[in-house]
Design a protein around this ligand. Structure first.
Ligand SMILES: *[C@@H]1O[C@H](CO)[C@@H](O)[C@H](O)[C@H]1NC(C)=O
Ligand SMILES: *[C@@H]1O[C@H](CO)[C@@H](O)[C@H](O)[C@H]1NC(C)=O
Ligand SMILES: *[C@@H]1O[C@H](CO)[C@@H](O)[C@H](O)[C@H]1NC(C)=O
Ligand SMILES: *[C@@H]1O[C@H](CO)[C@@H](O)[C@H](O)[C@H]1NC(C)=O
Ligand SMILES: *[C@@H]1O[C@H](CO)[C@@H](O)[C@H](O)[C@H]1NC(C)=O
Ligand SMILES: *[C@@H]1O[C@H](CO)[C@@H](O)[C@H](O)[C@H]1NC(C)=O
Ligand SMILES: *[C@@H]1O[C@H](CO)[C@@H](O)[C@H](O)[C@H]1NC(C)=O
Ligand SMILES: *[C@@H]1O[C@H](CO)[C@@H](O)[C@H](O)[C@H]1NC(C)=O
Ligand SMILES: *[C@@H]1O[C@H](CO)[C@@H](O)[C@H](O)[C@H]1NC(C)=O
Ligand SMILES: *[C@@H]1O[C@H](CO)[C@@H](O)[C@H](O)[C@H]1NC(C)=O
Length: 811
């Protein structure tokens, strides 16, 4: 295939006349384009005209600088055999391509007629027919973007418009020299949870994982922006469902192509280059072939052979399996019969199976989802979508599991986990397994007995502590630690083992055994509030389970001694990193962004997705702990409050919190809500980006705090000055800009203006999502003479000695 060069065509092709030579020009009705040239319209990026493939001619659009790269073809099915033909725009706005016998080869099919139509090739490569009067409007009568061929250009939609039932999908060329429709299509599969699918005829060849409310799983989708060359986005609402992407910079030209062999390629031309380079291919390994390992098989690209049966299954045909023919997949060793002991095995980091016999339910936790699956005897697997907008979804499969693959955690994207139902006794063939199971059963039995004894002890102890712990009693399902053990493990609460000073007490490192290290929070006896907060914290955290919340392992009550036992976080808290000149370099931009996302997810869980609605009230950098991989965990629920599901705001006379993070309405009026946490989150976000504290921030030019500084820079469009200097080489400008904007949205003065955490997570996670303009932040110019960062209680100080709330809070 070679598009006709301009000069060649004048001699070969007589009848297509160039009447319009720039994209600003338009085709008007009844101006039949016939004559001496192939070029119908030309913009700075794209051209519309006739190109030639073999002896046949097609009307198409190609890049002006790459005439060989055709991105759209009109008459794929009926080429022009003859050199004579004409393109006409009819009075009602239909583009018609006629051959020299006046047979219609192609016409644009629009649902409505135009009053006074013009056709125009836009800068984006979109050929549109619109009403002449409507220059700015995107309300086109017809547009080529709605009828893609094999190429997805920036801002083109791949998917559905429910109103018009229009489904836009790519169809490959027959072969490299033949634009007529090939066998492969790539489009949006409208199942319960949408997914993108490459098909050959009616057979699936590749699929991504399902959409989980935020992104498409099972692909390197978030990473597809590849250093910010494109920003992909996904829209799903009652009107539309589509995938699209935007080009980030004008110096890079990029497109997505469905090749003749059924692969999706992202191609790009870098600034100055003259050649297309393939950036990635979507169907790039054997495991990405649809159903590579057959039913109930499990594809692991790092293993040899790559296919395995899922736990509880064995090959349907061992001889075929032996010669690496996996087409018939695997079947169960023991049929499921819903006997008591059935359980689930977890497989981590997978692309979830296809949604063939599949159902989705709302649920709040993995436990609930498991219960739901156990209810139905034919439910063979479940998964809980962990990244979500409002409520988490429980995904359940009922038939064979097809197209399940493992991912290698290379770019750190957390993929999905799936739980496969297995009979209690998984195998009759494998003696080792039986031995193992017997051992496990024995251990379980012992554990159970131990636990029973333990629970009994707890009950006894609880009775003793009944008065103090009346409210939280029924929620206390935690191991109770022995005071002497803890004292020994912390070397009698020695100073060397002290990790830090939290609200209401000190935190110690405790070594139970050589391997087992825990963190102990010993509540100060003299704080006076200890018991209330203790009850609160135990009851609350015991019910919370989230990756981004610190895990409570148990507690210890002895006399008036109260302790909380947490998992130990070797990397201490976030403030030890971002505000420390030496350690801040350890957190590059990607890591900081991950931390921001983690905190946002944890907070979203507290606000919306856990069974309770919890307001943390003391979100700050020293309450974000970091595990050994620097994953953030929100901690310290000492002053958190539980809300009723429909409650939105509460008021307190006791304002407790930390200067610099408290929202205006809380500090001044004692009003708190999810939005006061959002404010604290916004402060934290800006601190993470800037590497400096909000409180105690000084700038030679003005008297504002960090929020005020960020606001000034924002208004001068100089946000990049805010970025921590040590991020200089790692940050991605538009990502940081976006984060700063989200941060400023969170710290807006009025609670109603601040976004909910669900929107925050969405805005941070979706590069394409539109962001509102922030208004003035709250408390941006407040200054107090005291710059000690400490937890304060109204009227008195808890851990510092010099602070009283009245120095800051005007009444
Ligand atoms: C195309 O049209 C021109 C002018 O009408 C005519 O001379 C020529 O023979 C036609 N060519 C063909 C192949 O029909
Ligand atoms: C095609 O249509 C045009 C305009 O309607 C007319 O002038 C011409 O004679 C027609 N040609 C043939 C071959 O019918
Ligand atoms: C426009 O006119 C053509 C014939 O000229 C007709 O085939 C087509 O259906 C009309 N389209 C609309 C939207 O009315
Ligand atoms: C790209 O170019 C268009 C028009 O030339 C301009 O409006 C737009 O701002 C540019 N975008 C970038 C990212 O430079
Ligand atoms: C792209 O190339 C032009 C001209 O060579 C140059 O002025 C511009 O700075 C380059 N842009 C980038 C992002 O490299
Ligand atoms: C694999 O097995 C299937 C089913 O038995 C058979 O139809 C197919 O031809 C085999 N494939 C190869 C490559 O042997
Ligand atoms: C269910 O299966 C288990 C093991 O396969 C078997 O021991 C049990 O008797 C079965 N129960 C029923 C009700 O069939
Ligand atoms: C799940 O929850 C969402 C939002 O809370 C609600 O709109 C939807 O109807 C629920 N779906 C089911 C099946 O209950
Ligand atoms: C179990 O699920 C299957 C598939 O969704 C459904 O047909 C069946 O009615 C369910 N059975 C029960 C007892 O809910
Ligand atoms: C998430 O929920 C909010 C409010 O309910 C809504 O505005 C937003 O569009 C939702 N986002 C997605 C991705 O569904």
């Amino acid at each position: 295939m070679k598009p006709f060069p301009f000069i060649l065509l004048t001699s070969l092709l007589h009848f297509l006349l160039l009447q319009f030579s720039t994209a600003a020009d338009t085709i008007s009705p009844s101006e039949s384009i016939t004559g001496t040239n192939t070029l119908v319209s030309s913009g700075t990026s794209f051209q519309l005209g006739l190109f030639s493939a073999g002896s046949l001619r097609y009307l198409g659009i190609w890049y002006k600088n790459f005439p060989d790269t055709v991105v759209w073809v009109a008459n794929r099915e009926k080429p022009l055999a003859d050199s004579n033909g004409s393109l006409t725009l009819s009075k009602n706005g239909t583009l018609i391509l006629l051959d020299n016998m006046n047979n219609t080869l192609w016409s644009s099919s629009s649902s409505r007629a135009a009053e006074d139509p013009v056709a125009q090739l836009l800068e984006t490569g979109n050929l549109v027919v619109r009403d002449k009067a409507a220059t700015d409007s995107e309300d086109y009568v017809w547009q080529s973007f709605d009828f893609p061929t094999d190429t997805l250009l920036p801002e083109m939609k791949l998917g559905w418009n429910f109103g018009t039932s229009l489904n836009r999908f790519l169809t490959s060329w027959k072969n490299a020299g033949d634009p007529s429709p090939g066998e492969y299509t790539y489009g949006m599969d409208r199942v319960l949870l949408p997914q993108l699918v490459i098909s050959k005829g009616s057979k699936k060849k590749f699929r991504t994982g399902p959409w989980n409310g935020i992104r498409i799983t099972g692909t390197p989708f978030p990473a597809l922006s590849f250093g910010g060359v494109v920003h992909p986005y996904f829209v799903y609402n009652s009107n539309e469902l589509y995938y699209a992407y935007g080009a980030v910079s004008n110096s890079t030209i990029t497109r997505l192509k469905l090749t003749e062999s059924g692969e999706i390629q992202r191609l790009l031309v870098n600034n100055g280059s003259t050649e297309w380079a393939v950036m990635y291919t979507l169907r790039n390994d054997e495991c990405s072939n649809y159903g590579q390992c057959g039913a109930n098989g499990f594809c692991k690209i790092n293993k040899s052979p790559i296919c395995d049966c899922l736990p509880g299954f064995f090959p349907t045909s061992t001889s075929e399996w032996g010669v690496l023919n996996w087409t018939r997949g695997c079947r169960r060793e023991t049929p499921l019969n819903c006997s008591k002991g059935e359980g689930f095995l977890k497989i981590e980091n997978v692309k979830l199976p296809d949604q063939l016999d599949f159902w989705v339910k709302n649920s709040t936790s993995t436990r609930e989802c498991k219960a739901e699956c156990l209810k139905n005897c034919s439910c063979v697997a479940y998964a809980n979508s962990d990244i979500k907008n409002k409520s988490s979804l429980c995904l359940m499969w009922f038939g064979d599991l097809i197209d399940l693959r493992e991912f290698i955690e290379e770019d750190g994207d957390q993929e999905q986990d799936i739980y496969i139902r297995v009979p209690w006794k998984t195998s009759g063939k494998n003696d080792k397994k039986i031995v193992l199971i017997s051992v496990i059963s024995a251990v379980c039995l012992l554990l159970f007995l131990g636990l029973a004894l333990f629970s009994w002890c707890i009950i006894l102890k609880r009775r003793r502590n009944k008065r103090a712990l009346r409210d939280s009693e029924e929620n206390l399902e935690l191991p109770l630690f022995d005071f002497d053990t803890i004292a020994a493990a912390t070397n009698h609460f020695s100073h060397t083992n002290k990790l830090g000073e939290g609200g209401f007490g000190s935190v110690y490192k405790a070594k139970l055994t050589q391997e087992e290290i825990i963190a102990v929070k010993r509540l100060s006896k003299d704080s006076g509030q200890g018991i209330e907060e203790f009850k609160n914290e135990v009851a609350m955290i015991a019910n919370l389970q989230h990756w981004n919340l610190v895990k409570l392992l148990g507690c210890c009550i002895e006399g008036d001694e109260r302790m909380l036992i947490y998992e130990y976080m070797p990397n201490k808290s976030l403030d030890c990193f971002i505000f420390d000149q030496n350690r801040k370099v350890l957190l590059n931009w990607k890591k900081r962004f991950d931390i921001i996302m983690g905190i946002a997810r944890g907070l979203l869980y507290l606000h919306q997705d856990s069974r309770l609605r919890i307001i943390h009230r003391d979100l700050k950098s020293s309450n974000i702990l970091l595990d050994d991989e620097l994953n953030p965990k929100i901690s310290d629920f000492g002053i958190a409050r539980i809300f009723e599901r429909n409650q939105t705001e509460a008021k307190t006379k006791r304002v407790i919190g930390t200067y610099g993070y408290m929202s205006p309405e809380y500090a001044i009026d004692g009003k708190f809500s999810v939005k006061s946490d959002v404010f604290s989150f916004g402060v934290l976000l800006l601190e993470i980006i800037c590497g400096r504290k909000n409180r105690g921030f000084h700038h030679p030019d003005h008297e504002h705090n960090l929020l005020g500084h960020a606001w000034l820079l924002w208004n001068k469009s100089k946000c990049s000055e805010l970025i921590d200097q040590c991020l200089e080489y790692s940050y991605v400008e538009f990502e940081v800009q976006r984060c700063i904007q989200v941060g400023l949205l969170c710290v807006q003065k009025l609670p109603v203006d601040r976004p909910a955490m669900s929107s925050v997570v969405f805005m941070l996670g979706n590069e394409g999502a539109p962001l509102p303009q922030p208004k003035e932040p709250g408390f941006f110019s407040e200054r107090s003479s005291e710059d000690v960062d400490t937890l304060v209680d109204e009227g008195r100080s808890l851990t510092g000695s010099s602070i009283t709330i009245t120095t800051v809070v005007a009444r």
